[in-house]
Design a protein around this ligand. Structure first.
Ligand SMILES: *Cc1c(COP(=O)(O)O)cnc(C)c1O
Length: 390
């Protein structure tokens, strides 16, 4: 029998998706009005135990709004990770601010220790404001990204942020469902620990609405202003009065219908992804030169993406392994290129980026869809062990 193609990550739409979308179409509420949007917002807020949620067209749009409502303005600075997807950083530019790139720790998320050293040694804290000595600009916020569903060390991040009066924006686009299970933040979900958090429902995320995003916060003021900005900043519904420049960022009823059906299955997806991760881990354990990046202790991750570390002792390097797997119908991808090395950001400040460079050179993402079965995983792992045993 011919081997089937194993994709990296594809959506899983086998629940009530078609039913709910059909309802939306039949009701003729297909745009940004309609009952599914509010219901989806309530559903996500309840699941992550946040005060409220505001839907948007994408995670990127959500991050744009998050920066605005956190008061990040033209010529301010924002501390951001270098090892992540570029959509986490582009919104900093949308508001005219400047990113300062930080290194990662061994969870692949932003390193709070290095970030603290940066604030301590490269900045001055005067009258409640953190000023970057190098640029003379004010540092206003930190964007953390819970990379691949792995929780950033929020205990340390929040500590540094309160010490220096910085807002914390959580890019939880990859981490819906990830939460602490012990420690100070036990029970708290990624996205709800900082000032404001954002999820994405893009096609490759743990749940999808085709495209879409959600802002969550425990601060009612931030939520109210987010809703206002995502709906054209209308201060009077009837007379079209607008009190500031807003955006057309609200999600449609069609997207939300998909979202509600996906939310019904989220815990199931996570369960499957966790089981699959553990099987991979068990099988990869015996292969010299390979290991999987683990999720933070004291948390229940959502196991969204699996990161395989390819050591120097493995017979193939990152690109060699990806090529070999592709030849055998297994789709993989390298981790993102560092954002501070991307053309729009090469002139921005990057602070001691070291570990991120190593991870960039050694990590391959392997198939992780919730549709994956045991046979698929065994096949991938057989391929992984082939170059060693050859
Ligand atoms: C997917 C993603 C985004 C953007 O979400 P969209 O809904 O695609 O706009 C932002 N940051 C990270 C880290 C992501 O993975």
């Amino acid at each position: 029998m011919e081997q089937k193609f194993i994709p990296l990550s594809v959506p899983n739409l086998k629940g009530n998706e078609l039913d709910y979308v059909t309802q939306a179409v039949q009701s003729e509420w297909v745009s940004t009005g309609g009952p599914f949007v509010t219901k989806f917002e309530e559903c996500v807020a309840a699941y992550v135990q946040a005060e409220g949620a505001v839907s948007c067209q994408s995670g990127t749009a959500g991050l744009h709004i998050a920066l605005e409502v956190c008061g990040v303005k033209r010529e301010d600075e924002v501390l951001v990770p270098s090892l992540t997807f570029i959509a986490a950083v582009n919104p900093v530019r949308y508001v005219g601010a400047h990113p300062v790139f930080m290194d990662c720790d061994d969870s692949l998320t932003i390193s709070p220790d290095k970030l603290e050293v940066f604030c301590e040694q490269q900045c001055s804290f005067i009258d409640g404001k953190l000023l970057n000595n190098f640029s003379n600009r004010e540092v206003k916020a930190i964007i953390v990204v819970h990379v691949f569903g792995n929780m950033t060390d929020m205990v340390k991040i929040v500590k540094v942020a309160s010490k220096y009066n910085l807002k914390v924006i959580e890019d939880a686009t990859e981490a819906l469902g990830t939460h602490y299970t012990s420690g100070f933040y036990s029970g708290r979900y990624a996205g709800t620990i900082g000032d404001i958090g954002v999820y994405s429902f893009n096609g490759n995320k743990i749940i999808t609405t085709g495209g879409g995003g959600m802002i969550v916060s425990n601060d009612k003021k931030l939520l109210r202003r987010s809703k206002h900005l995502t709906t054209q900043a209308k201060s009077d519904e009837l007379y079209y009065t607008h009190d500031e420049v807003g955006y057309n960022y609200r999600m449609t009823n069609l997207q939300a219908a998909l979202g509600i059906a996906q939310m019904e299955q989220l815990e199931q997806f996570i369960e499957t992804k966790k089981r699959n991760f553990e099987l991979y881990q068990e099988l990869v354990y015996n292969i010299e030169g390979l290991h999987l990046i683990e999720y933070r202790e004291g948390t229940r991750a959502n196991y969204w993406f699996y990161a395989l570390y390819v050591d120097e002792t493995y017979p193939l390097n990152r690109d060699g392994l990806m090529k070999f797997l592709a030849e055998n119908k297994v789709q993989t991808r390298p981790i993102w290129g560092l954002i501070n090395n991307q053309r729009p950001y090469i002139n921005d400040q990057a602070y001691r980026i070291e570990r991120a460079v190593d991870y960039l050179e050694h990590i391959v993402n392997i198939p992780c869809s919730s549709n994956l079965n045991e046979t698929d995983i065994k096949y991938v792992c057989e391929l992984l062990s082939y170059p060693v045993n050859k």
